[in-house]
Design a protein around this ligand. Structure first.
Ligand code: SF4
Length: 365
């Protein structure tokens, strides 16, 4: 039963120095052609939408495409899917794309949640990340959202940026406190291969922050967000009760979803399929998907342990007709190392386990 639909829009106005997503800065004709193909693909899978509960338009930066093309897509979605049954319809956006027209347009088509890439409010650090917005743009975006009663939004933040200080992190947290965001995603900066940041580090043009300082940032972020009332429910995600990302929980609970668009992943009928990641090949043949190795028992643990509540041992048994520790005997030792704990019916990472999660994951893979 496919519960989530993911739609990928791979275009951005500018490429951030840390980003390794499937994205590009493209010419207007390329964007227009891509959006037509995307709608064709959406129509092609129309028989799979009866049980959908969530829709997520991600990227790239979906908000960066012209409003008329976005409306074409939203109109097609509204014609193919019964939006009254969709409990969460999310879209990613960047602060400087949030205008009155944009918010009114997405509200018209029942988008009820925005995820906004803020990353930090420090202008110098934003520049280092090559983000194309400033602190003022962020403030302006939130003012527009409030004026239009778009209250359900997530803010993405990053910590561990070169030159970032504890004071900068405290400023970001103060901003979050005043923002009235219902959901916060807070990631540790990763130097992904083949990114500008990775190149700069490799050439000695930038220095990564000291690991202990980054660990201190992580502790402060976790503690402060919880004091503000956010529940830490997944490795990098925090929400007020009732506002956890339902779409992402489909991934973390290893439920079925369909992805459309460039490089999008789908998972259903015990299969993992990936769309082509070359825009030319995708436009020529959007139906072609590549089957990936898929080991549901392993994935269930890897995804499930990201949730702070962990995985239900009963549900694991019902789903796989076996006990977790029979399938993964090496995991048992982490009850002794105190990286894992069993609480009632749930197997979860301890606080120490969250910091050293890779040691646990190595015994699952
Ligand atoms: S806006 Fe998002 S997708 Fe685009 S380059 Fe920046 S981080 Fe990557």
């Amino acid at each position: 039963m496919i519960k989530g639909l993911y739609i990928h829009i791979p275009f951005c106005n500018q490429i951030c120095s840390y980003c390794d997503f499937v994205k590009q800065v493209a010419k207007p004709q390329t964007i227009e052609k891509y959006m037509d193909t995307l709608i064709e693909e959406l129509k092609y899978y129309k028989d799979n939408y009866s049980f959908l509960e969530t829709i997520y338009i991600g990227g790239g930066t979906p908000s960066s495409i012209p409003n008329d093309l976005l409306e074409k897509l939203l109109l097609a979605i509204s014609q193919l899917i019964d939006l009254s049954k969709i409990t969460e319809f999310s879209m990613e956006s960047n602060p400087n794309d949030i205008t009155e027209e944009f918010v009114q347009l997405i509200k018209k088509y029942s988008v009820n949640r925005l995820s906004i890439g803020v990353q930090t409010i420090n202008n110098k650090l934003l520049k280092l990340l090559n983000r194309n917005h400033s602190k003022n743009d962020i403030i302006e975006a939130l003012t527009i959202l409030k004026r239009n009663h778009m209250d359900n939004f997530n803010l993405d933040f990053i910590y561990g940026i070169p030159y970032q200080t504890m004071e900068n992190v405290q400023d970001d947290l103060e901003f979050i406190k005043d923002s009235q965001a219902l959901h916060i995603s807070y990631y540790s900066l990763i130097y992904e291969e083949k990114t500008v940041l990775d190149y700069q580090i490799g050439k000695g043009l930038l220095k990564p922050l000291d690991e202990d300082l980054v660990a201190d940032f992580s502790d402060v972020v976790k503690a402060q967000l919880q004091i503000m009332g956010y529940k830490h429910y997944e490795t990098s995600n925090y929400a007020f009760e009732g506002y956890q990302s339902r779409h992402n929980l489909i991934y973390w609970n290893l439920e079925e979803y369909l992805g459309i668009g460039l490089g999008a992943a789908s998972q259903y009928d015990n299969k993992r399929l990936i769309n082509q990641s070359s825009i030319t090949k995708y436009s020529l043949d959007y139906k072609k998907r590549i089957m990936e190795d898929y080991n549901p028992k392993m994935e269930y643990l890897l995804m499930g342990l990201r949730k702070t509540e962990g995985i239900s041992l009963t549900k694991y048994k019902e789903r796989f007709q076996a006990e977790v520790f029979d399938n993964f005997p090496k995991l048992r030792r982490h009850l002794q190392t105190k990286l894992l704990v069993i609480e009632a019916d749930y197997l979860l990472l301890t606080d120490l386990g969250q910091d050293l999660a890779n040691q646990v994951y190595l015994d699952i893979i």
